[in-house]
Every structure is written in structure tokens, then in C-alpha cells.
Design a protein around this ligand. Structure first.
Ligand SMILES: Cc1cc2nc3c(=O)[nH]c(=O)nc-3n(C[C@H](O)[C@H](O)[C@H](O)COP(=O)(O)OP(=O)(O)OC[C@H]3O[C@@H](n4cnc5c(N)ncnc54)[C@H](O)[C@@H]3O)c2cc1C
Length: 322
């Protein structure tokens, strides 16, 4: 095996997904400690937009695998195409963001190569041990793959926030032969439900918890979000109580988000919620309990009744806009 890290980029609607940039951040850090070369690879039918975006994320080379059989995505075609790339490049480590698509095909790819699969990683030590959250985020498990085995690592969204990239990779096209593949037939790709918010892409999120009070009072979360130009999220209780749609739930059984700014209103900071938002760059918590666990994670904290604090914040924001 070569001392290379192969980063598999995810492409959606012809564009590079943000989680792939996080994978490039991880690869850059890992390449420093392992003295490895970083090579990225993107797959699709038309990568004209993706190629420059991925190359700008660094690494030495950026492979573009263009084939009509790679769009729409099927696990069969992806596993075959990536298997051919892996055979050519012979990397010691293959890295991907832990997305739904990755969960669909990455274990199959690892098995096809007899590799060691380390899923949903949040950190890697200098000695090559990986950290993963287990038991709903309550424990950190350290995983050390057996020596001499190719490692397939998927990275938890938000664990490796995107900073600035330095350097640009050399773009190379790479052909694959998919003639032996019989992919499943994709009948339809259903669009997201009307009204669903892609919280994973939001730069600012205001989230409300049980402490907001009830369905009517939850309007205050929307009001602050509107004043800030932010998306609205929630902890699990407001979703279970149907104050807001389930798609807004953030946490271990909801969405994992990593915005620049996350404002938590009346949220205690249970671990199941924290695993969904602790990758945020700046966390502001408003809670009337000074001992709430959310304050351990918060960049800024306000101890107080949110129904007194938030109207003042909204007024100050509106005044600043004027
Ligand atoms: C398998 C499993 C999966 C789960 N998945 C998730 C998940 O994905 N996401 C998730 O969020 N939870 C999840 N949970 C639930 C989780 O354990 C917590 O119960 C939940 O996160 C608590 O939500 P909360 O902080 O809104 O409510 P609480 O823990 O009840 O906290 C409410 C907070 O509001 C504060 N407060 C009350 N009134 C005010 C006020 N007027 N002003 C300011 N502060 C006030 C209180 O001091 C308190 O800290 C899961 C649980 C399990 C078992």
C-alpha cells in the first residue's frame, strides 16, 4: 500500500457537498501526522463545477471520474468505480464524510477490499487511533485498526470544521470501466418535503427547547431567527410535542449541524442534543438555570428567562439594522 489518503468527495446536483470539505480538513491534518499524500476523488456524469471546487480544497492531486453510469448515484456503480480507483492508487486510508450516501455504499466498499471500517469518527490521535462516539454519544471509543490493513474512515459531520484551505490540487481525469456493473434502477429521487429546512447548510441556527414553554410561545424562536436571518431548529421535546416539524430536530436522532452561529433557547444540553450541534463555531445559550450543561459548551451564555431576554435581543437587532 502507498502512504496516501484518498478522500472521496460527495457530489449533489453537480456541486460539491460541504461535508466533503470537512473530509479534506481531516485529511490535511492526518497527512501532517502520517506524512501521507492526499488525493481527492469525485464521481459523476458532469464534474465541471465540482473539479475546481474540490481542487481548491488542497491535496496534491484531484481525480475526476466522469461516467454517465455514475449519475444518478447507485451503490453498485460507486463501489465498482471506487474499487478501480483504489486498485490504481493503492491508498493506505480512504476517507469520506459520514453522510447517508456514505452509509449506503462505504461499508460495502470496505468489505470488497477486506479493509478496516471505522465509521463516524470525531478525532484521530497522532498515533493513528480514532475516536468515535458510542452509546448515544455518552462514551468515546478509541479504535486502533490492525496494522497492514487498508483503513476506511467516515467522519462525523461537524467534527472537522472547515477553515481556510492552502494550496490547490492538480486536476486529473481518471477513467473507469463500468460495463460489468448492473446497477439498480432508480425510479425516482423524491425532493425534500415542502417546508423542510436544510439545517445542515444553514450558517446561523436558532434552536428552541422544552424551556420555551409551549407551541404558541415557540413563535419567539421564529421571531429571533427572522431578526438574525437564521434557520430554526429544535431539541427533541418540541418536536415530539408537535410544536414544530420533526425535520427541525437536532441531535443524535435528528440532524447534525455545524453552523457558524448556534443560539440555544431553553435547551438544557443533554448529550443527545450536544452531539448534533457541538461542531458549531460559536454557541450562544440562554437558560434560566446557571448549572445547565449547555453552558459547558457555550461560547457565550446568558442566564435568564428567555422570554425576557429574547425580545430585548430582537429589539437591539432591529435597531442595529436601522
Ligand atoms: C435514544 C434517544 C435519542 C434522543 N435524541 C435526541 C435528539 O436527537 N435531540 C435532542 O435534542 N434530544 C434527544 N433526546 C432527548 C434528550 O435526552 C433530552 O431529553 C432532550 O434533549 C432535552 O431537551 P431540552 O433541553 O429541550 O429539554 P429539558 O432537558 O427539559 O431542558 C429545558 C431547559 O430549559 C430551561 N428553561 C426552562 N424555562 C426557561 C425559560 N423561561 N428561559 C430560559 N430557560 C428556560 C431549563 O432550565 C432547562 O435547562 C434523545 C433521547 C434518547 C433516549
Amino acid at each position: 500500500m502507498n502512504n496516501k489518503i484518498l478522500v472521496v468527495a460527495e457530489v449533489r446536483d453537480g456541486a460539491l457537498k460541504g461535508i466533503s470539505k470537512e473530509a479534506m480538513v481531516f485529511a490535511a491534518a492526518a497527512s501532517n501526522s502520517l506524512s501521507a499524500e492526499v488525493v481527492s476523488v469525485a464521481l459523476g456524469a458532469d464534474l465541471s463545477q465540482v473539479a475546481p471546487a474540490l481542487a481548491a480544497c488542497g491535496g496534491r492531486r484531484s481525480l475526476q471520474v466522469e461516467d454517465p453510469g455514475l449519475d444518478p448515484y447507485t451503490p453498485e456503480a460507486y463501489v465498482e468505480a471506487l474499487s478501480q480507483v483504489i486498485s490504481k492508487e493503492d491508498p493506505a486510508m480512504v476517507v469520506i464524510g459520514h453522510s447517508y450516501q456514505a452509509m449506503d455504499f462505504f461499508p460495502r466498499l470496505a468489505a470488497a477490499h477486506g479493509g478496516a471500517l471505522v465509521p463516524d469518527v470525531t478525532a484521530m490521535d497522532a498515533d493513528g487511533a480514532f475516536t468515535r462516539k458510542v452509546i448515544n454519544g455518552k462514551l468515546d471509543a478509541r479504535t486502533v485498526p490492525a496494522e497492514g490493513v487498508r483503513i476506511f474512515v467516515s467522519l462525523q459531520q461537524g467534527a472537522f470544521p472547515v477553515t481556510e484551505f492552502s494550496g490547490e490540487a492538480q486536476v486529473e481525469s481518471c477513467s473507469v470501466d463500468l460495463s460489468g456493473v448492473t446497477p439498480r434502477k432508480v425510479i425516482e429521487i423524491a425532493p425534500a418535503e415542502v417546508g423542510e429546512v436544510d439545517l445542515a447548510a444553514a450558517e446561523k441556527i436558532v434552536s428552541g427547547g422544552r424551556g420555551v414553554g409551549d407551541k404558541d410561545k415557540f413563535q419567539i424562536v421564529f421571531d429571533l431567527a427572522e431578526a438574525m436571518g437564521a434557520a430554526v431548529g429544535a431539541s427533541r421535546p418540541p418536536c415530539d410535542a408537535e410544536w414544530v416539524e420533526h425535520q427541525r430536530q437536532i441531535g443524535s436522532s435528528g440532524q447534525v449541524v455545524a453552523p457558524k452561529l448556534y443560539v440555544a433557547l431553553g435547551i438544557s444540553g443533554a448529550i443527545q442534543h450536544l452531539v448534533g450541534m457541538r461542531g458549531s463555531q460559536c454557541i450562544v445559550a440562554i437558560n434560566k438555570d446557571p448549572n445547565a450543561a449547555i453552558f459547558q459548551e457555550a461560547t457565550y451564555g446568558i442566564v435568564g428567562d428567555l422570554h425576557e431576554v429574547v425580545p430585548e435581543l430582537i429589539a437591539a437587532l432591529n435597531e442595529a439594522k436601522e
